[in-house]
Every structure is written in structure tokens, then in C-alpha cells.
Design a protein. Structure first.
Length: 260
């Protein structure tokens, strides 16, 4: 527990100044942790190293793509996706040994890079909406996660999805969403403002997305049979272990912004 608290303090001391500075510092930070997060999955894949390196460069391109634009729709532009898909299709020809590198490997790499590219591109873009918006997303994630754990420990009786995360419970999930919605909504309304019912509904949906993100990345760890994505952060695991739920929250918030 002591190690976990110290690591959390160090992360806050690093992240908060970068968040406040914004400008070019935040995108650089997002690019670095994005590539680190991508590597945490790529290192588990049994594919040629050259494809892992190519994937890191493609991922970095997606992470930093149009990071100055408020809209994140451009990352889904057809030409960009087709070009990246061609890169991975062409990689089958470059890696001639079909036993070591198959079309399934190339499509999996494509999916991993596209997924994390979108996630961390959104992580950078959210800063354009202001410091308070970033904090709002992190508050939702952390409060939901904390009270899901506390609620599950005290009230948990029914397992949520034991095949993915055996310790998570339905009761804990409900507690997490309720407290995440209350605290997240109060924060947003006090420092940013907006329609009360709309913000409460939005926050509630984001608490659910945050929990889905946690379960999604847990399923990836189950697939690779690992406890944490890495040991980069003592007591917390890796980049993806720390940001799993907030990445989904941020993506959900940006989707909301682009819809309204």
C-alpha cells in the first residue's frame, strides 16, 4: 500500500504540471505514454520485431494526428485508415515465412495500433477543452473505480463478470457508478456549468464506460495470461493498467461533444 501511495503522489507531481502547462508539453507527454502503452501490448505478441517497430511509428502518427483540432473525427478519415491497412497487408509479403507471421497477425497488429492510436489521440485532444474537463474525466474514472472497490468489499455478493475479473461485483459496480455520477456531476456543474439533467446523464454513462474500459483491458490481460501490462509504476502496473478506464471515459466524452 505504501508503494502504491508513493507512486500515486509521483504520478500526480508529474502529470499536474504538464496538464497546467498544456501547449506542446501535453501532446509530447501524451505521445510518450501512448507509445509506452502500445508497447505494453506489442511486447506480448509473437511477431517479428520489425513489425513491432513499424507499429510503434504508425501508432505515434495516429496518437499525434491533428492533435490541435477540437474535433476527433479526422482520425477516422477513410484515406488514413486505408493507408494503414495497406501497410499491414503489405507486411505479409515482406515477412515471407507464413508460419511466423500470418494475415491474422497483421490484422491483429492493425487493430491494436488503431485502437490505442484513437485512445491516446483522444487523451491529447481532451486537453483542448480545458484543464477542468480533463480533471472531470479523471475524477469520474478514479471515483468510480474507488467506490466500486469499496462497495464490492463491503456489499459485494454477486459476481459481475468472473471470467474476466473475479473480484468485481454487481453491487460494487452500482456503488461506483452512483458515487462517480454524484461527485463527477457536482464538479462539472460547479466549475464548468451546463444543464443539470444532461450532465448527470452524461456522467452516469461515462461511469459505465469507465468500468467497461477496465473490464476490456482486463480481458486483454487474461488473453496474454499476465497480471499487469508492465511493472513501470510500482503498485499500479503499467500505463494501460493506470489509464484503462479513463481512456474510455475520455473517448465517450469526445463522442458526446461531437454529437451535440
Amino acid at each position: 500500500m505504501k508503494k502504491r501511495i508513493i507512486s500515486a503522489i509521483v504520478m500526480i507531481m508529474i502529470f499536474v504540471p504538464i496538464l497546467l502547462l498544456g501547449d506542446i508539453y501535453y501532446p509530447i507527454f501524451g505521445g510518450i505514454i501512448g507509445v509506452m502503452g502500445l508497447w505494453e501490448i506489442l511486447k506480448e505478441e509473437k511477431v517479428p520485431m520489425v513489425m513491432k517497430i513499424i507499429s510503434l511509428f504508425v501508432g505515434l502518427f495516429l496518437i499525434l494526428y491533428n492533435y490541435k483540432e477540437l474535433s476527433f473525427n479526422n482520425i477516422y478519415s477513410f484515406p488514413i485508415i486505408v493507408i494503414i491497412l495497406f501497410i499491414y497487408m503489405f507486411s505479409i509479403i515482406i515477412n515471407r515465412d507464413i508460419k511466423k507471421y500470418t494475415y491474422k497477425d497483421s490484422l491483429l497488429l492493425f487493430s491494436i495500433v488503431l485502437l490505442l492510436g484513437i485512445f491516446f489521440n483522444s487523451f491529447i485532444k481532451i486537453r483542448l477543452f480545458g484543464v477542468y474537463t480533463v480533471l472531470y474525466c479523471f475524477i469520474i474514472s478514479s471515483i468510480t473505480d474507488t467506490f466500486a472497490y469499496l462497495g464490492g468489499s463491503m456489499l459485494g455478493k454477486h459476481k459481475l463478470i468472473p471470467s474476466i475479473s473475479p473480484n468485481k461485483t454487481v453491487e460494487g459496480s452500482i456503488c461506483g457508478s452512483v458515487m462517480g455520477t454524484i461527485i463527477g456531476s457536482v464538479f462539472y456543474l460547479l466549475v464548468i456549468g451546463g444543464n443539470i439533467l444532461e450532465i448527470i446523464l452524461l456522467t452516469f454513462v461515462l461511469t459505465i464506460l469507465g468500468q467497461i474500459g477496465d473490464l476490456f483491458f482486463s480481458s486483454i490481460k487474461r488473453h496474454y495470461e499476465i497480471k499487469d501490462f508492465s511493472n513501470l509504476i510500482p503498485g499500479h502496473g503499467g500505463v494501460l493498467d493506470r489509464l484503462d478506464s479513463v481512456l474510455f471515459v475520455i473517448l465517450g466524452f469526445l463522442l458526446y461533444i461531437n454529437i451535440i
